[in-house]
Design a protein around this ligand. Structure first.
Ligand SMILES: NC(=O)c1ccc[n+]([C@@H]2O[C@H](COP(=O)([O-])OP(=O)(O)OC[C@H]3O[C@@H](n4cnc5c(N)ncnc54)[C@H](O)[C@@H]3O)[C@@H](O)[C@H]2O)c1
Ligand SMILES: O=C(O)C(=O)C[C@@H](O)[C@H](O)[C@H](O)COP(=O)(O)O
Ligand SMILES: [Zn+2]
Length: 363
């Protein structure tokens, strides 16, 4: 670890560290410190593997000469986060002869992290998974907290498991190769933390918007560490989403419905969450919980980050609402939303009338 690295500890029954810093994928000692046995299995996608997998494998082998390292690669993109890919990953892990003390390394964005984490959760009823996030979104959100899943045509993340990582090692130098669109997508989840629990963070993001978009190292490191600290605090208090963890779903009821209706080939997750947060803010206005001025501020910040803030045209409201009925927060009593009371304040609201949702989608 260098003096530039930051560590966020996640407490709880299965505690782990999130280590954040440049060049960590070359830190064989840090990577190898997470191993229980002599088997490592790297899961990545076909955009990330050519860029970074060899470095990880070499760093591990330099640190542990007796290590057996296998790997499997999936096609990049949300459309690959499927039961079929999950099956292929499991067969590859089986083919490598991984035992219970093997470790899966999830090298990539949230798609790889969610799928590899689910494979690790299922193989022999659970082996270790070390998250090596390479997108901003994965560094600030998906690598932390242990939600793993794949999508179905019927909805996002409908099949999965809670399986906390053994460690999260975020090499911020990998962001140098990240497409600008994916950087912006990650900023949507960063804004989410300000919106739900940290109003001053929204001011900070406003003040550092240009630096973040220009990939200024210090600004990015601060945004990542502050986001991880928020996520860590929430998931250590509520690892299985019985209560406050649901706040992390702000914007996701609308966002996931849009992703599903677009067949996982339209807006990416961060973009859908950006639109979803604005729609959730407008729903909150419609329910007299927040003001148009608050919505305008949130919308303006997301726009500064180059994110979409309006629902794509041509989507059918009935189809979107049907997807929302299968959202994991929905109950027999109806839809539950994360509603917004303004900057830094959100809560779960049950029994939201579908008519109010329909009004927001129509406006
Ligand atoms: N488990 C959770 O708590 C959680 C939280 C948030 C999001 N998610 C999930 O995460 C997924 C979205 O993750 P994402 O935004 O990282 O998308 P992603 O994994 O699809 O990555 C985006 C694109 O960037 C490429 N890429 C990744 N790292 C790169 C790098 N360093 N250089 C160049 N290209 C790179 C990928 O190959 C991909 O094409 C969604 O499936 C979402 O549901 C899960
Ligand atoms: O960690 C959580 O809890 C979240 O809700 C984080 C979200 O950003 C993430 O997209 C998550 O995968 C959504 O979870 P889901 O339970 O709605 O599928
Ligand atoms: Zn999300």
């Amino acid at each position: 670890m260098s003096r530039n690295d930051r560590v966020v500890a996640v407490a709880g029954t299965t505690p782990y560290d999130i280590t954040i810093g440049p060049g960590l994928l070359d830190d064989g000692a840090l990577l190898a410190s997470t191993l229980r046995g002599r088997d490592a299995f790297v899961i990545s996608d076909d955009s990330v593997a050519p860029l970074y997998r060899q470095r990880v494998v070499e760093a591990l082998r330099d640190a542990r000469a007796d290590l057996r390292v296998g790997h499997w690669t999936m096609p990049a993109g949300e459309a690959s986060k499927t039961l079929a890919s999950f099956g292929s990953a499991i067969e590859a892990i089986a083919g490598a002869g991984a035992r219970r003390d093997a470790t899966v390394f999830a090298l990539g964005g949230g798609v790889v992290g969610d799928l590899a984490g689910f494979a690790a959760a299922a193989w022999m009823r659970g082996i270790d998974c070390v998250q090596l996030p390479t997108t901003l979104l994965a560094m600030v959100d998906s690598s932390v907290g242990g939600k793993t899943a794949v999508d179905l045509p019927q909805g996002k993340n409908l099949v999965g498991a809670f399986h906390p990582p053994r460690a999260v090692i975020a090499d911020t130098a990998t962001l140098r190769t990240l497409p600008a669109r994916e950087l912006r997508a990650g900023l949507a989840e960063v804004v989410k933390y300000g919106a739900i629990v940290d109003a001053p963070f929204l001011d900070w993001l406003d003040a550092h918007a240009e630096a973040l978009l220009a990939m200024d190292d210090d600004a990015l490191a601060e945004a990542i560490a502050r986001s991880c600290a928020h996520k860590a605090a929430i998931v250590e208090r509520d690892p299985f989403e019985h209560g406050e963890r649901a706040l992390l779903n702000f914007g996701h009821t609308f966002g996931h419905a849009i992703e599903t209706e677009q067949g996982y080939g339209g807006l990416n997750h961060g973009e859908a969450v950006a639109v979803g947060m604005v729609l959730a803010a407008r729903l909150s206005e419609r329910l007299c919980l927040s003001s148009p001025a608050e919505t305008a501020r949130l919308r303006g910040l997301l726009q500064r980050f180059g994110l979409p803030v309006d629902a794509p045209t041509g989507l059918d409201a009935d189809a979107l609402i049907a997807h929302m009925r299968l959202d994991k927060k929905a109950q027999a009593s109806g839809l539950r939303f994360i509603v917004w009371d303004g900057a830094g304040r959100a809560r779960v609201l049950a029994g939201v009338p579908e008519d109010a949702v329909r009004d927001v989608l129509a406006s």
